[in-house]
Write a new protein. Structure first.
Length: 199
């Protein structure tokens, strides 16, 4: 028994759960699915998506479900804000980030013509505006770092490191948020959840 995370280093959803593992200080074994072309992942879970987790024999799939289970079973700072109203909003924002920002990331990464690139930049500009408003005067969306911030950070970090697109400088609140997340994650000794050079 033990905890195994089937993951890929570059997946933003895997990064999201690696931050949660680190916040909760939960030890786990990493199974890099690229090493055997997802054979052991498919054998264990019957599907191809990462992150997937073997939690002491229980098969858990999807970053949102994995994060919720880790939060429920382990002490350490909660990844959710206080109170049902904020918790509902937090889950909605986590979902928005996972389902909507991922689309913008895919559009940017797959843009092969100048027109596709222009459309992807336009899509991101709309989201940067929203995020810049969301983080106006705030370090985090709620009164501490939650899974909503972590999900958003994971998508923006992927945009910067893997898609290699720099967030335009005029989105000052988005830049401040990213810088604050990087600092906070480092201060909390989360370096082991990231490639040092990608922070
Ligand atoms: N909603 C899922 C999305 C997971 C996902 O899309 N994973 C991608 C990597 S970023 C994947 O494994 N894709 C492989 C495939 O679909 O075959 C989550 O939050 O975990």
């Amino acid at each position: 028994m033990g905890i195994r995370l089937f993951q890929s280093q570059t997946s933003m959803f895997c990064e999201k759960v690696r931050v949660v593992f680190a916040m909760k200080k939960v030890p786990y074994e990493i199974i890099d699915v690229r090493k055997d072309e997802r054979k052991s992942l498919v054998e264990y879970t019957g599907q191809r998506k990462v992150p997937s987790m073997d939690y002491n024999g229980q098969c858990v799939i999807d970053s949102t479900v994995i994060s919720a289970l880790l939060d429920e079973k382990h002490s350490g700072p909660s990844i959710y804000p206080e109170g049902p109203a904020n918790q509902g909003l937090c889950s909605a924002l986590e979902d928005w980030s996972d389902e909507v920002l991922i689309h913008a990331n895919h559009a940017m990464r797959r843009a092969e013509t100048p027109e596709a690139r222009k459309n992807a930049e336009k899509e991101w500009a709309g989201h940067f505006n929203t995020l810049d408003q969301m983080y106006s005067g705030k370090k985090f969306i709620f009164d501490r770092m939650t899974i909503a911030d972590i999900s958003i950070f994971s998508q923006l970090h992927y945009l910067y490191t893997t898609v290699k697109y720099d967030i335009p400088a005029n989105y000052k609140n988005v830049h401040a948020f990213m810088e604050n997340m990087r600092q906070t994650l480092k201060l909390n000794s989360l370096e082991d959840s990231f490639e040092a050079q990608s922070i």
